[in-house]
Design a protein around this ligand. Structure first.
Ligand SMILES: Cc1cc2nc3c(=O)[nH]c(=O)nc-3n(C[C@H](O)[C@H](O)[C@H](O)COP(=O)(O)OP(=O)(O)OC[C@H]3O[C@@H](n4cnc5c(N)ncnc54)[C@H](O)[C@@H]3O)c2cc1C
Length: 432
């Protein structure tokens, strides 16, 4: 059993970052663009809309950043979850090509945003390795690498099982694929930097202002808050995994999947260097989808994964993730954890995000487990689109947000069945 003492249930990142005070005035009149949700999508959309001269306001149900954007693992990169073949079967060759091209374009865009806005978020181009859990996974990686080389200018490298010993001290994996341009950030610092950019532009981010409903009017929208309403010209929904049932059409298409993370106590620097000599970001092909990295100060290991597909007590999540971590690195068995936390990712049924418009409301969501790059990128794109700027063009407007027959209730109960299936069948089959 893990020691309960000193285990915090809040994200490690919150300890590294003093919360930015937002420009929190009252609701203004004559709003051109109202953005719902103050995560990466909403804040990046607000920067673009404001720079295009639109009177812009962001409203947030809780504190800004309390969604996924300050809780994530800080793995920084954008590669489509689906293969080129699958993308082309689902959405056509042109869209598949465009989405593959945008893997590199989106990364460049967000890196430039960080440097233009002088955001200090511990961005490091460490490279990210996808680790093959089986021989077959490694064979598939070779196919993926040749596909990526053909269809995009993303730089990838296959790493054999022998070469992997220079990357990670474990014999659990059969090889890997290295995304050289990917890296890591401190997610809370990135969010904070975007908030600062909005303060500089005098764009208000109004916290504790949940939007209750949005009514379409002849020349805009009436937006209803608790005890208030506001007429605005355009609305952008940026609520991803935190979309509420009041926005049923979206909730039926983007469902919340919890993800869990742990942080170890400070480890000896030599031990971290021995376990992960180049400090790469790591992600597994195994269905547990474990991902791990050193903290930006090089003292801790941050480790995430599918502890469950439904909310569970954080202490249990911590035990499950620590067991996986110790299995990869038995050297860590006697080290304690300082933090365990969770947050909601927003999954679409085809695991690809989408930007589009429903009943006149523009939206970008469905990042399906990633989003440090894509949420900021598509946030910017949806703002361009909303204001009729050609720079809003993207292959992600050709994807689709579909609902599914299994999703018949307000809550995604099908995830409880999937949780049982993964934990009792798939995880057991993949256990060694
Ligand atoms: C634990 C975890 C680990 C992750 N790890 C990684 C990773 O390592 N790398 C990676 O690329 N991605 C990762 N992700 C995914 C990534 O964090 C998200 O895709 C991204 O942050 C989504 O940003 P967003 O702005 O769209 O949504 P969010 O940041 O979730 O923001 C949505 C906001 O909308 C607000 N909201 C909802 N309804 C309303 C309403 N009615 N009125 C007003 N406001 C409302 C919510 O309060 C919330 O703040 C992870 C996610 C989680 C949860």
């Amino acid at each position: 059993m893990l020691e309960e003492r000193a285990l915090s249930f809040e994200p490690y990142w919150w300890e590294t970052q003093k919360k930015q005070t937002s420009l929190n005035s009252s609701l203004p009149e004559n709003v051109d663009v109202l953005i719902v949700g103050a995560g990466y999508t909403g804040l990046a959309a607000a920067i673009v809309a404001s720079d295009l001269g639109a009177k812009t306001v962001v409203v947030e149900a809780e504190e800004a950043g309390k969604g996924a954007s300050t809780r994530n693992g800080g793995m920084f990169g954008a590669h489509p979850r689906l293969s080129w073949q699958t993308l082309s079967e689902k959405f056509g060759v042109e869209t598949a090509d465009q989405i593959f091209e945008e893997a590199s374009a989106s990364l460049t865009f967000v890196k430039r945003l960080i440097s233009d806005e002088l955001i200090d978020c511990d961005l490091i181009q460490s490279g990210r390795i996808q680790l093959a859990w089986s021989k077959k996974d490694h064979e598939n990686q070779k196919q993926l690498a040749s596909n990526i080389k053909q269809k995009s200018n993303v730089s990838v490298q296959i790493i054999s099982r022998e070469e992997l010993s220079g990357e990670i001290k474990t014999d659990r994996y059969f090889g890997g694929i290295l995304f050289e341009e990917h890296g890591g950030i401190n997610p809370a610092k990135f969010h904070n930097g975007l908030m600062t950019s909005l303060i500089k532009r005098k764009v208000s981010v109004l916290e504790n202002m949940p939007v209750l409903s949005i009514e379409r009017m002849p020349r805009g929208f009436k937006v209803h808050f608790l005890n208030k309403e506001l007429f605005v010209k355009n609305v952008i929904m940026a609520t991803n995994g935190y979309t509420t049932n009041k926005f049923y059409w979206f909730k039926k298409r983007v469902f919340p999947v919890p993800s869990f993370l742990i942080a170890t106590e400070n480890l000896p620097k030599e031990l971290i260097r021995e376990l992960t000599p180049r400090g790469r970001m790591m992600v597994e092909t195994r269905a547990q989808y474990n991902y791990f990295r050193p903290s930006p100060n090089g003292k801790k290991i941050i480790f995430g994964g599918r502890a469950a597909l439904k909310p569970i007590p954080l202490k249990i999540a911590a035990e499950r993730l620590k067991a996986s971590l110790d299995d990869i690195w038995p050297e860590l068995i006697n080290y304690q954890l300082t933090n365990v936390w969770t947050g909601y990712t927003g999954f679409s049924f085809n695991h690809i995000p989408h930007i589009g418009s429903y009943n006149g409301i523009n939206y970008a969501m469905g990042y399906s487990g990633s989003g440090t790059v894509l949420a900021a990128y598509l946030g910017a794109k949806v703002a361009y689109k909303t204001l009729g700027d050609r720079r809003g063009e993207t292959g992600y407007s050709q994807t689709k947000l579909k609902t599914n027959l299994f999703h018949i209730f307000e809550k995604p109960y099908f995830l409880s069945v999937a949780d049982l299936w993964y934990r009792n069948v798939i995880d057991r089959l993949q256990r060694r």
